[in-house]
Ligand binder design. Structure first.
Ligand code: KG4
Ligand code: ZN
Length: 341
């Protein structure tokens, strides 16, 4: 079964083809980062319009790479939510219409399920059940995964998502957008232990997160350093490093706690922040000590992409699930509402 996947939930237009026998056949991605950079964040209306411009050329490119005609596809998957309504509409309308034209089923995919299943695209894929840490710009969730669509939410952020905290810290440090990779890069120059930031909520039981206090702490540190006249490139790097260590330490502690609570040893991390190399290293260290293992997607599939949507849609289409003929999107959509496969 060959499935075309379309991702348009935010600021990346992603297209891919996944084949049951061959796996990922072709993919292409267009990032709108340059478009939104001057505004310091995603402008929804600009995002929608750019998806309209880029989606069809990318679909043609992917079909050409796969040496296929659209009529040779067996299904179309598009991101149905969560995400920006206008941006989602572009992929949903195009996907639903093309599937109708080709006479094949369409399926609306949950964006976070796409992220969650992205490690399955690797040769060394995790086996169910496992704990997933979903860390993106909009979500920070710990989920018990017993199979596709069999998700139990164990904990989540009560305020900012981890990626959002990275983006806001980057703004305070004047590091540009998107913030995560910039903070990570600046942190490489940071001196370990020069600043120590609080680890939010680690002393409280449970698996929820909160990053807004850390955000305030970062702002206060930057403001104090500026007032004292000590704020320079080195100080900026030291603050970035301390911020990153605090976020990573918090995530590691909660992941470990979730594994112990659920008596599991396999951890999956996915979503934009899972590209963070310090997070990967700290999780690997922690799990090596406790006999667990961590799986994650290759770096380009940590952030938004079409491959994860093609794969997740393929899993559902393969068992006969599909959309009705109308176009529906779910800008807000709890992952626990999904049907099991
Ligand atoms: O999954 P994603 O591409 O989009 C959403 O669904 O939100 O995640 C984007 C988020 C942004 O907040 C970005 O700053 C963060 O992931 N991010 C990172 C890194 N790369 C991307 N955060 C920390 N370190 C990174 N290397
Ligand atoms: Zn995402």
């Amino acid at each position: 079964m060959r499935v075309l996947g379309l991702e348009t939930s935010c600021d990346e237009t992603g297209v891919a083809i996944y084949d049951t026998e061959q796996g990922l056949v072709a993919e292409a991605l267009y990032s709108q980062i340059a478009l939104h950079a001057e505004y310091g964040g995603v402008v929804p209306e600009l995002a929608s319009r750019d998806h309209v411009r880029k989606l069809l050329p990318l679909i043609r490119e992917v079909l050409a790479k796969a040496n296929m005609q659209g009529s040779e596809l067996d299904g179309v998957a598009f991101t149905k939510g969560p995400g920006l309504a206008g941006a989602l509409m572009v992929g949903a309308c195009a996907g639903r219409a093309m599937a109708y034209g080709w006479g094949v089923p369409a399926i609306g995919v949950h964006h976070m399920e796409g992220h969650l299943l992205a490690p399955m695209l690797e040769a060394d894929a995790p086996a169910f059940p496992f704990i997933a840490l979903l860390v993106s710009g909009g979500h920070t969730q710990l989920v018990r995964v017993d199979g596709i669509g069999r998700y139990t939410l164990l904990g989540e952020s009560l305020d900012d998502a981890a990626g959002e905290a990275f983006d806001k810290a980057a703004k305070m440090l004047e590091l540009g957008y998107p913030g995560g990779p910039q903070v990570a890069k600046a942190a490489e120059r940071g001196r370990e232990g020069h600043y120590t930031f609080p680890r939010p909520m680690v002393n409280r039981p449970g698996l929820d997160f909160s990053f807004s206090g850390l955000k305030t702490f970062t702002l206060n540190t930057v403001t104090a350093s500026r007032a004292a006249g000590t704020y320079d490139a080195q100080d900026q790097a030291d603050i970035a490093a301390a911020f990153q260590e605090a976020v990573v330490a918090t995530l590691v502690i909660k992941c470990h706690r979730a594994l112990v609570q659920e008596n599991l040893s396999t951890l999956v991390i996915a979503g934009g922040v899972s590209a963070n190399t310090v997070l990967r290293a700290r999780l690997a260290e922690k799990l090596a000590k406790t006999g667990g293992r961590v799986y994650y997607p290759r770096p380009e599939f940590c952030t938004d992409n079409g491959a994860m949507i093609a794969y997740a849609g393929h899993c559902r289409l393969a068992v006969g699930q599909h959309e009705e003929l109308g176009v529906t999107i779910r800008p807000r959509w709890p992952m626990t509402e999904l049907d099991a496969v």
